[in-house]
Write a protein that binds this ligand. Structure first.
Ligand code: UD1
Length: 347
């Protein structure tokens, strides 16, 4: 017997696919919708290979409200929605802000409008530590009560606005609960290397660029700055294993469905509590894989935050969730995944 139906939007994407696996492992029936704008239909094969179950799938755009309503009709009794579907490239969002505002906001509004009609009990939203900007020193590590700062990019702004949309909708008396998860920097891949991150084109994020450079696909990694006010001068982030992250979503869904939320909107940081610099990540990657990464220190990247890492105590105590994977194993999983991609490309 399934524990119930969960709709996973953006479920063929990086975090969505890992979460679909964990939901199925926990006994939920997963329905994935995705417009495949930044992911691949073959991810469904991967989810099936890992769990033995092929999730239901519909290719559709969340901005298409009529199509979304058809989906709720086709799959009655959806208990919860996890919304991963969003554009996420910071640089692109600066050049094409309306693409980001349209897609990321309209999709959330459509879900908010339809969920009460179909008796959905809970909504999990993928937010980001980007809402904290550069926290003042007294707020590091950053807790959920640290003030939000003005977003540095339209992408970041969509996360803050979506948080507000959810908050306002629920305060106005909406019938569902919501859990907002603020991710720090998700990295790594499933330990089987059957699913992982599939960046389109030149990666903008650190880890896929590291693994592609190690693999010889990219000539050189640029380390953006070594003159920050940090111990080694490079930026500090809280790198969190993607499977650990995925498991937090299952706990959030359980919590909403079982009516355990203490407030109608709850916010949790998902991080390890440990800040690592770009150079520490590179050194650890080289140590665990035995592969050298060709890198060069270059100037700072515009808009980068100097240092931010999570205080995850609220998630640890209230959700009973803790990040357990070591950064060593996580980096090894990212490398295993990159090697699998290369082996596939040769076939
Ligand atoms: C950013 C956003 C985050 C968003 C994510 C999505 C902020 C603070 N964070 O994360 O909200 O979810 O993008 O893409 O806006 N680096 C290099 N060389 C590279 C790439 C990155 O040195 O080629 C460094 C960066 O300077 C940074 C660290 O690696 O210090 C991590 O960068 P990245 O993976 O892009 O993530 P964020 O910028 O932290």
């Amino acid at each position: 017997m399934s524990k119930g139906r969960i709709l996973v939007t953006g479920g063929t994407g990086y975090i969505g696919s890992h979460t679909a696996v964990e939901l199925q492992n926990a006994g939920y029936e997963v329905i994935i919708i995705d417009n495949l704008s930044n992911s691949n239909i073959e991810v469904l094969d991967g989810i099936e290979k890992i769990t033995g179950i092929r999730p239901a799938f519909k290719e559709m755009d969340l901005c298409d409200k009529a199509a979304l309503e058809d989906l709720f009709v086709q799959y009655p009794g959806i208990l919860g929605v996890i919304n991963f579907a969003a554009y996420k490239a910071v640089g692109e969002s600066v050049k094409m802000p309306l693409k980001y505002y349209h897609n990321n906001l309209v999709s959330v509004v459509n879900l908010m409008e339809l969920m009460p009609k179909y008796n959905v009990k809970g909504f999990v939203f993928s937010s980001s530590c980007t809402v904290y900007g550069q926290p003042d020193k007294e707020y590091l590590p950053v807790t959920e009560s640290a003030p939000r700062k003005k977003a540095m990019s339209p992408y970041g702004n969509t996360k803050a606005i979506c948080e507000d949309i959810i908050h306002d909708t629920i305060t106005s008396g909406a019938t569902f609960k919501s859990i907002i998860l603020r991710y720090f920097n998700p990295i790594g891949a499933h330990p089987t290397a059957i699913i992982g991150e599939l960046p389109n084109g030149v990666p903008q994020n650190l880890l896929p660029f590291v693994t592609q450079t190690a693999a010889g696909i990219r000539e050189q990694l640029s380390v953006y700055g070594n003159d920050y006010n940090t111990p080694d001068g490079s930026c500090i982030r809280d790198y969190i294993n993607v499977v650990d992250l995925a498991k937090a979503h299952v706990i959030a869904v359980d919590r909403m469905i079982q009516d355990k939320c203490l407030e109608p909107v709850e916010i949790f940081n998902l991080g390890t509590g440990r800040g690592l610099s770009v150079l520490e990540i590179l050194n650890t990657f080289e140590k665990v894989t035995g592969v050298k990464v060709n890198y060069k220190i270059v100037g700072r990247r515009e808009g980068d935050i100097e240092q931010v890492w999570a205080d995850p105590v609220k998630a640890n105590t209230v959700l009973g969730w803790t990040a357990t994977e070591s950064v060593e194993d996580t980096l090894a999983s990212a490398w295993k995944w990159q090697q699998k991609l290369m082996a596939d490309a040769k076939k």
